[in-house]
Design a protein around this ligand. Sequence first.
Ligand SMILES: [Zn+2]
Length: 239
Amino acid sequence: MPLAIKPLIDLADTDRDLQTYIYARSHLERQIDTARSVVDQHQKSIEQKNNELEILASECKEVRNNIQMQEELISRLDGQVPKIRNEKEFAASKNQLEEARKILGMMEDKMLNLDLKKEDLEKEIETIKSQFDESNSEFQRETSGLLKKQEQAEKKIAKLQPRRTRLLKKVPQKIKRFYERCQDSGISTPICAIQDRSCSGCHTVLLPQLVNELMANANSHKNCPNCSRILYFPETEEK
Ligand SMILES: [Zn+2]
């Protein structure tokens, strides 16, 4: 016949393992995050520069359109020259053409500036991209072990969590409530074994009477007088 205390011990063991893996997981997460921060920084600055490039490209497009329109205006003005009939019209046409060519020149200067800026920005992006690739492969190298460990912890947690739920259903309601109250208030091991005649949760030395009572009946449990954890007598302690 299985011991009534057995589900409680199993639950305590499962919880202890679960906590170990949960702690390991968050520790690994922090380590991985730290290693990733350099890569993230490069990634972010690539995105930023690409946005700048996009803005610059649309500016270039606008200026190019304006240049085209200006060139069309000039060729229209040029086409009107043979139809000129007098000095006055000739002077007016000359002025218009000069003015249009001057504006075109300014637009072309602007275009040149934008092209240079674009070129610089593209070079900068290339540099950041190679820095990103470098830091990324370094990150992969550094963290491949950590990522594997994280994956293992994740798998263990996925197995232990449903096991915990299953075990918790097996214990009496009263103990279950006590158990949950303890964990809510930060006691992660509400059930613990007697070790060296002490509570293994708070390390208080227990009265011989209590130890003897639990030793005599392996199927029973009592609360620790100091921390009120549920105490049981482990089989190995008898030897
Ligand atoms: Zn205790």
